[in-house]
Design a protein around this ligand. Sequence first.
Ligand SMILES: Cc1cc2nc3c(=O)[nH]c(=O)nc-3n(C[C@H](O)[C@H](O)[C@H](O)COP(=O)(O)OP(=O)(O)OC[C@H]3O[C@@H](n4cnc5c(N)ncnc54)[C@H](O)[C@@H]3O)c2cc1C
Length: 553
Amino acid sequence: MLTEAGPRSFDAVIIGAGHNGLVAAAYLARAGLKVLVLERREMVGGAAVTEEILPGFKFSRAAYVLSLFRAEIIRELRLADHGFSVIPRNPSSFTPLLDGRFLLLGPDPGLNHREITKFSPRDAEAFPQYEATLDRITRFVEPVLDMAPPDLAATGWKERAETIGDLARLVWRAVKLGRDLLPLLEMCVAPASRILDRWFESEPLKSTLATDAIIGAMASPSTPGSGYVLLHHAMGQTDGVRGVWGYVRGGMGSLAQAIAGAARAHGATILTGRPVAKILTEADGATGVILEDGTTIRARVVLSSADPKVTFLNLLPAESLPGKFRDRISSMDFSSGVTKINVALDRLPSFRAHPGHAPGPQHYGTIHLVSAMEEIEVAYRDALAGRPSTRPVIEMTLPSSLDPTLAPPGKHVMSLFVQYTPYTLAQGTWDDPGIKDAFADRVFRVIEEFAPGFTASVLARDILSPLDLERIFGLTGGNIFHGAMGFDQLFWLRPAPGWSRYRTPIANLYLCGAGAHPGGGIIGAAGRNSALAVLADLRRFISPRHLRHSRVA
Ligand SMILES: Cc1cc2nc3c(=O)[nH]c(=O)nc-3n(C[C@H](O)[C@H](O)[C@H](O)COP(=O)(O)OP(=O)(O)OC[C@H]3O[C@@H](n4cnc5c(N)ncnc54)[C@H](O)[C@@H]3O)c2cc1C
């Protein structure tokens, strides 16, 4: 415990107990280091939390579905032993239409064929080929998530040899990808709409798939580069089934609790309610942190899972960083258009297109209340003009339909991930009285069109504007990914050219959160990869016998 009389010196201090900070802590502690995690909030998890906002109603208050989290982390940290489990969703999506039709999609190819045929027999034939192509491409990209991008700026002969080896492996795998290399290159730079238009003709199918290309992004499907966001969200798996998203049993916070449990089991100390005010630097690099209460903690290395703007612009004095690097971080794109609304419900909604309040296939997956690509474009254009969308794009989930631990018997919790709400409004701010309620009322009116009686079933609501996401979760600009996921801010360029391998211009300071490769989402790879980078660097100073498990299978 860090008490007045307790230790003030550690091998590694980690700023922030988001899932990445916790993963890094678990790997470093498992390797035998003395690790301290400092979190500003009163709970661990960052954007991966379960909060009981109304007694008996447990919300995944920010992130709500899981797929990208790396399977090897679950295995290596034995997260199942610490209470982690995922509930798969089948069907995984439901798109009701106002004309009474609906589209269900999921892991069952037979269901997909029947459902898509209702809109376009041609699309029903094309869909398995589309999924197979995405599958082959994601199998190529996925391993890249688990490695630091090759160091193109390497100068030493050993580092250069390592870079050449890494690049050769990538090129060899790209060659093996064969004819799928071209669709991959196209996905990295093209608008998602162009890719989807090439494959499909039916608007409900295209708009359902397009939501993966805009989620969390201040972009529309016609924005160049949105194809990569689509790919990014197709990369995960649930229980070994690729591309399927699941609910964490007990809410997203159960994942963070499980990682924290693993970290503690290996000896890490995790303290909440301890905001870090400053990263200490001396001539030889980072040497510790100073808390807001004035406590100084020394450490051999410092890892930050706060986003790059918080880490480099708020926690470090300007003169400690090279001007060019600082400018690059200052100009990173953190635009965002997300509002999250968590709702406690008296009963499940009954959809006009698929009636019934009893839990059914229409409730299990992600419910998309948008049925044409143009609706997304119009909503986006509002936001570009500084206005919350007149008709927002709504992604609804009802996790209590599959996980009864989340709400009292018969009651339910609902997550609404809503776009687009610009952080900076053309008129007023998100703090103006009534503005958030007026927006939530607008969202509820749209839901009411699809599910009459919905508003009457609402017991309470928690509206998180981009400004709230920034204040509560520490996400600059409300950006859910610690910086936009455009190709100009990924791989070698995340967070800045030359610094994509978790190390920073300050010796002994590492970035371990979503602002580092491979970016946003609950993936855990930045936490794991950064811990491996730290262990590789420390191996020079600590005897290998001291470092247990410093190589991961
Ligand atoms: C509303 C919302 C919905 C999302 N939905 C999904 C989803 O369904 N699925 C998905 O995969 N991803 C989703 N995401 C994205 C995903 O949750 C994030 O990209 C990811 O959780 C980032 O993890 P992290 O550990 O890198 O950082 P964070 O979770 O942001 O953790 C960083 C931690 O650092 C702490 N911190 C910051 N500054 C300090 C300081 N000075 N001192 C001490 N502590 C500090 C913060 O309080 C925070 O706990 C969502 C995000 C949001 C906000």
